[in-house]
Write a protein that binds this ligand. Structure first.
Ligand code: ADP
Ligand code: MG
Length: 223
């Protein structure tokens, strides 16, 4: 529990800073993007079209990092409404399947009947997406990521299980620290966002990891 508190404190601090600067950074980025797009359509620039497209892509990447970062903010209002976790997963599935297919990997689901919960669907989609992407990225070759839902005496569980390389205790310890990543192209924001979303739903994230893979369990309290 103490570890979890520390994690959340770290998150709040970074989240506040993030919200403060990202607006200011985004406006000039929008301007730059507009002019790049304009230039890339000009005939005299045709020779450099590849460069323009690359610049636009990189700007978009930076922008999506800011978006991820913004969702760390604790002051952002999270509107919750009674809905079913299985419905959220089902609507997200095509996107996740496409992700998996691109990587030659598979998604399986085991959705058991679960009671409706007070949820923010946008945030839940982000949470499931982040956990699933990590699962897919953790498997060097092919493999299956299984998304399951079920109820226990304590409440409703959402489980994301992969057959990947697992995590060392040191990595598990650092999960949720903004910018902590072991990947070349990682942002290190996915898990921080997950912990924030879970906290806003009074949910807990548990993790078990070994050589056979990793399992994340998000536990939503009953009622
Ligand atoms: P990123 O995916 O951009 O690296 P995350 O916050 O999503 O950032 O994850 C942080 C780190 O946690 C990853 O770089 C990886 O080392 C580790 N990690 C997260 N999920 C898994 C998983 N399912 N299997 C193995 N390692 C994981
Ligand atoms: Mg990630």
């Amino acid at each position: 529990l103490e570890k979890e508190m520390l994690r959340l404190e770290r998150l709040n601090l970074v989240g506040e800073m993030a919200a403060g600067i990202s607006h200011e950074v985004r406006n000039p980025m929008t301007t730059i993007r507009g002019f790049l797009q304009l230039l890339s359509g000009k005939e005299e620039c045709a020779h450099y079209k590849g460069y323009y497209n690359l610049m636009i892509e990189e700007l978009d990447r930076a922008n999506s990092i800011i978006t991820e970062f913004l969702s760390l903010g604790r002051n952002k209002e999270t509107k919750l409404k009674m809905q079913n976790l299985n419905d959220i997963i089902t609507t997200l599935l095509p996107l996740i399947q496409a992700d998996a297919m691109r990587m030659d990997k598979y998604i399986e689901t085991q959705l058991n009947a679960v009671p409706d919960l007070m949820l923010n669907d946008k945030e839940l989609r982000q949470l499931i997406l982040n956990l699933t992407r990590n699962g897919l990225e953790a498997m060097p070759q092919s493999g299956v990521v299984t998304i399951s839902t079920y109820t226990t005496g304590q409440g409703v569980c959402l489980e994301v299980q992969d057959q990947g390389k697992g995590m060392s205790p040191e990595v598990i310890e650092k999960l949720g620290t903004p910018f902590f990543t072991t990947k070349d192209q990682g942002t290190g924001l996915g898990m921080a966002v997950c912990y924030g979303i879970a906290a806003r739903h009074n949910a807990r994230i548990g993790v078990t990891s070994g050589t056979g893979g990793t399992t994340f369990i998000v536990r939503f309290p009953a009622g």
